[in-house]
Design a protein around this ligand. Structure first.
Ligand SMILES: Nc1nc2c(ncn2[C@@H]2O[C@H](COP(=O)(O)OP(=O)(O)OP(=O)(O)O)[C@@H](O)[C@H]2O)c(=O)[nH]1
Ligand SMILES: [Mg+2]
Length: 389
């Protein structure tokens, strides 16, 4: 018997995350997931038609958004503690957010802190912006991701570029985001189903932690819808076409992966064995694989497969636009702890006290101090150029 008190919750944060949560609610109504969306933007929330929503910072943000400011998003979410406590599931909460804006990124950090404090089992599925959204958004997303990873150890970050590079260039933008939301909603739902399933061999959060433990990982996800009567080969083909997986070789070059299969109550050990064998063959023999499978009464189609592949994040998948900035000839570069390349102002040669343009004019004096000399020189303040410890 499956644990009767088991429950899985889905929590969408910010506009992108909320739309994914709404996709789970629409496409998987029979699964009993508790679906909640939270945003500082009341109108965006209302447009989703979800029964459970949280307007973040309603008292001061007035439902009008947080202007893309992560700190304001975080503050707004911190003030909704009791609402979030209610939104958690007992077995698992899948938190979804698009990083790069204010509400979703800030709320993800606040929810992560709360989940850690309360010891709630959570997985964070977050997306990184597409290259054309620009460098500022990308850096904001990376900073939020760094903070999120410092707070919880179950953060799965997928690059939206993997999805959009799999679509034809003439795909209309609304359709592209709708595809992203559908695939992410399926990923979230199958993930939840795997955790609710009667396990034939189980997968748990310890496996997810172990998968991500070796450092920042570049993660990709693939999912199948499990059409009735689909053969193992057809399922594997479908998986390889899954748009967030990064192409047909998306499994072959993975250093580590989680492979989950969930079928209806009729799924046999023989079928599962055959399917797992086909899936194994897609990976390098050196890849660390965490596998799980089980059955669930709400699965009325063929088996669904979820694959989460990881490779060490070397920055090779950073969008091209970011590299162009990094090669700019007018600035030199410093590095943040997270490896993000930041512009650094050039050092000026102002080592001697200097009057600059005020040389020759009457000194502006207060007591013994000449205010025409820059303050840092008058006061002997050493400028930290970031070149020394
Ligand atoms: N999957 C998906 N991602 C989206 C969607 N809209 C935006 N994103 C991504 O999510 C990131 C954050 O955007 P939003 O979710 O709109 O921002 P927010 O969290 O509401 O924050 P604000 O800036 O305060 O509005 C963007 O940079 C995009 O990469 C969407 O409909 N679906
Ligand atoms: Mg928004």
């Amino acid at each position: 018997m499956a644990n009767e008190t088991a429950s899985v919750a889905v929590l969408g944060l910010g506009h992108g995350g909320s739309r994914v949560a709404a996709g789970v609610f629409e496409a998987f109504p029979g699964d009993g997931f508790r679906v909640t969306a939270a945003d500082t933007d009341q109108r965006a929330l209302d447009s989703l038609g979800l029964p459970n929503t949280i307007v973040l910072g309603a008292g001061w943000a007035k439902g009008q958004g947080c202007g893309g400011d992560v700190k304001r998003g975080e503050r707004a979410a911190t003030g909704c503690r009791s609402e979030f406590e209610e939104a958690f599931g007992s077995t698992l909460t899948v938190v979804v957010a698009g990083l790069g804006g204010g509400a979703g990124s800030g709320a993800a950090i606040a929810v992560a802190r709360l989940a850690r404090e309360l010891g709630r089992p959570t997985v964070f599925l977050v997306t990184l912006p597409i290259a054309m959204e620009g460098r500022a958004r990308r850096l904001q997303a990376e900073e939020s991701l760094r903070e999120l990873r410092e707070t919880v150890d179950t953060v799965i970050a997928v690059a939206s570029d993997n999805l959009f590079s799999a679509l034809a260039a003439d795909t209309p933008a609304p359709l592209a985001f709708a595809t992203a939301n559908r695939v992410l909603a399926e990923t979230v739902a199958v993930w939840g189903r795997i955790f609710l399933a009667q396990p034939l061999f189980p997968i748990d959060l310890a496996a997810v932690r172990s998968l991500l433990a070796t450092g920042p990982m570049d993660c990709r996800v693939g999912v199948t819808q499990g059409a009735e009567g689909a053969t193992p080969d057809q399922l594997v083909d479908e998986l390889k076409r899954s748009p967030f997986l990064g192409g047909p070789d998306g499994m072959a070059d993975a250093e580590a992966a989680l492979v989950g299969v969930v079928g209806g109550p009729g799924l046999s050990m023989g079928q599962l064995n055959e399917l797992m064998g086909r899936l194994d063959a897609c990976f390098s023999p050196n890849a660390r694989l965490f596998k799980g499978g089980g059955t669930l009464a709400t699965v009325t189609t063929g088996p669904q497969v979820l694959v989460l592949t990881c490779r060490r994040d070397t920055g090779a998948n950073r969008p091209r636009q970011l590299e162009l900035f990094a090669e700019s000839p007018v600035i030199s570069h410093g590095k943040r702890g997270n490896g993000a390349v930041l512009p650094k102002q050039e050092e000026f040669g102002l080592v001697e006290p200097s009057l600059g343009v005020f040389a020759g004019s009457d000194p502006t004096k207060v007591g013994t101090e000449n205010l025409d000399i820059p303050t840092f020189q008058r006061r002997g303040i050493r400028i930290d150029l970031g070149t020394e410890e």
